[in-house]
Ligand binder design. Structure first.
Ligand SMILES: NC(=O)c1ccc[n+]([C@@H]2O[C@H](COP(=O)([O-])OP(=O)(O)OC[C@H]3O[C@@H](n4cnc5c(N)ncnc54)[C@H](O)[C@@H]3O)[C@@H](O)[C@H]2O)c1
Length: 345
């Protein structure tokens, strides 16, 4: 169970809250009894959505640190403090790496990755100061685990958000923080991401990134599309449980087990190869590391410190579960005649 057990009466900030997933998350948080500020760059949509759902509107450009700091200050002025930050604003046009301009990269990385970094920079001190716990949800994507032609710039940012979120969760867990962290990893959701270029700053010039309505492609026709409000419910459940990953499509959750295994190997590697670095970064390494840390990466809200034996048993149980999930995933892929995604990577 996460330290963040209760939503009622507490305050949340959702970036990119004027549309799509952000709106769906904000609506669900309001239904849970939270006070919610939505922050967005699209002024008209921001005001309209805030009025429709009963949220506070705060104009923000997440790619600009000063703007995100002003958002944090305004949220503190309105609510006193903030218990939940959803770094969700994002854009998703596609383009081949060979064709992209430097401005294309600056825009995509500025919103999708710097937006998340700026959010944590500006809000973490306020979240940490809450004795009754707090939580950060960073919107990544299934595109944070797999690559495909045309989605290079997007994948770079979303892989970055996954890495950032995993690492933040580990560091907060090691310091015994009451701030939990979740990487939201949506599959196909019906939103306005297909017209992301509406928010491209005009000063950047035309570039090579193009909007695509994936729902109208062959992939889109076979995918299972869900509504933003469903994502809101998934996010609330993940925060309650203190999950590090929130997948909107259970069929993608095998990705997280492979990630957990990778993460646990990485920590083990670091422990063996670079003990000095590891010890410097984790001043009070818990007994049983690396298994304990690997376990914390699965449930960021779990602050129990298992002894060596418990840690080993937990790791062995987790390996078993990950193996089962992987085998089930492979069996489904073979049955449906789909290729094993891991072979493409
Ligand atoms: N829709 C999907 O299928 C899907 C799948 C995986 C991940 N995602 C992620 O979900 C998040 C939300 O996207 P969405 O699908 O709801 O799209 P959307 O276009 O409906 O919503 C994105 C919101 O972000 C805002 N925004 C854009 N640039 C901004 C900036 N610089 N500062 C502040 N706000 C800004 C937009 O105005 C918009 O309101 C993104 O991070 C996206 O990558 C979406």
């Amino acid at each position: 169970m996460s330290a963040f057990a209760s939503f009622r009466g507490r305050a949340a900030v959702v970036t990119g809250g004027a549309s799509g997933l952000g709106r769906g998350i904000a609506e669900q948080l309001l239904a849970e009894g939270m006070r919610v500020a939505i922050a967005d760059i699209e002024a008209g949509a921001l005001q309209r959505t805030a009025a429709e759902i009963g949220a506070v509107a705060i104009a923000t450009d997440v790619s600009d640190l000063a703007s995100v700091r002003a958002l944090a200050a305004e949220a503190r002025r309105r609510f006193g403090t903030v218990h939940l930050l959803c770094n969700n604003a994002g854009v998703g046009p596609i383009g081949r790496i060979a064709d992209l301009t430097v401005e294309d990269w600056r825009w995509m990385i500025g919103v999708n990755l710097w937006g998340v970094i700026h959010g944590v920079q500006a809000f973490l001190p306020m979240l940490r100061a809450n004795d009754d716990g707090a939580h950060i949800v960073n919107t990544a994507s299934v595109g944070g685990f797999v690559t495909m032609p045309g989605l290079g710039a997007y994948a770079v940012t979303k892989f970055g958000v996954v890495a950032f979120t995993e690492t933040l969760a580990q560091e907060l867990a090691v310091e015994g923080s009451k701030v939990g962290v979740t990487a939201l990893c949506p599959g196909p959701v019906r939103t306005n991401i297909k017209t992301s270029s509406r928010n491209r700053p005009p000063g950047l010039g035309p570039g090579a990134l193009r909007d695509v309505d994936l729902e109208k492609t062959e992939f889109g026709a076979s995918a299972r599309w869900i509504e933003p409000r469903e994502v809101g419910r998934i996010v609330v459940a993940a925060i309650r449980r203190g999950d590090l990953y929130a997948f909107t499509h259970p069929e993608h959750s095998a990705l997280s087990s492979s990630v957990c295994r990778r993460s646990s190997r990485r920590v083990g590697y670091l422990r063996r190869i670079e003990p000095l670095v590891y010890d410097a970064l984790t001043p009070t390494p818990p007994r049983g590391a690396p298994h304990a840390i690997a376990r914390w990466t699965v449930r960021s809200g779990d602050r129990r410190r298992p002894g060596h034996r418990q840690g080993r048993r937990a790791a062995s149980r987790r390996r078993g579960r990950a193996g089962n999930a992987r085998r089930a995933h492979l069996a489904r892929a073979q049955r449906d005649g789909r290729a094993d995604p891991s072979r493409r990577r």
